[in-house]
Ligand binder design. Sequence first.
Ligand code: GLU
Length: 318
Amino acid sequence: MTSAHQYSNEWDKLNQQLPKWLEQSREQYVNGKVASYIPELSKAPINALGIHMIDSYGNHITAGETKLTFTMQSISKVFTLLLALMDNGKDVVFDKVGMEPTGDSFNSMLKLELVQPGIPFNPLINAGAIAISSLIAGGSPEEKSERVLQFFRKLSFNDTLTYDKAVYHSEAESADLNRSMAYFLKDNGVLKGNVDDVLDVYFRHCSILTTSSDLARMALVLAYDGTDPITGISLVPRQYVQIAKTFMVTCGMYNASGEFAIEVGLPAKSGVAGGILTMVPGKYGIGIVGPALNAKGNSIAGVHLLTTMSREMDWSIF
Ligand code: GLU
């Protein structure tokens, strides 16, 4: 338990040190690359780095380029998982996706054929998230996508959250691998219905436009087990948030999740547009953007910054 005195020392230290830590981490961008396999993402500023933190009283600390907008990409998979769990319950969801990390890259299909019964290993890899998209309740892809958007708006307390149309079209036009994966899943009996419809829901939620502030706000709800500490509103059942946070620890940072657990020790999810959503459980929600990615697909400067912060503030949950 952190006392009020310790808490204010910690917040003061963060306020003082964060700009310096951020500038040191920013330099890492020279060793990274902006994602280009979705052509529209390659336009992001490679040397940008921004962080937004929120505590349970609604206090904010920000540093760097916090006004930068970017698409959620894989970060959205945490929240579609939550919605699918709320729509269907645990048994139905885990009939279609597993609970284990793969050790492979996020868009790999390798284990789908190697390991029977051919269901995706977990909901945070592309194959798993596509299967999750098919479980979102709704009579049409439009209705499903609208439910996803409304859910994301509720969790971010931002009614203006919407899609980036250019990124959505860019991904839909360049998604041969995800498309082939979806057909494979359909043949294996994992996906029901029309493959294009399922993919449309998936592409849309990946292209929801956000800021580090939105990510921090959504993370705060997870940091407090689904009940927003600022308003007291209960948004997601605690047992589902526990599932999502566990996946964030085991699979959230692609196939660098083990290293991230050792070096940072916080539940986190990254996306290929350079976002990272993380939290200090029971304390803060954190959103980061840094479009230069390392070889594993995580924001190179963002991971560096979180490594410094966790070490300096003694944040690891392990
Ligand atoms: N929309 C991206 C894809 O399907 C998400 C990848 C990511 O952020 O990891 O490739």
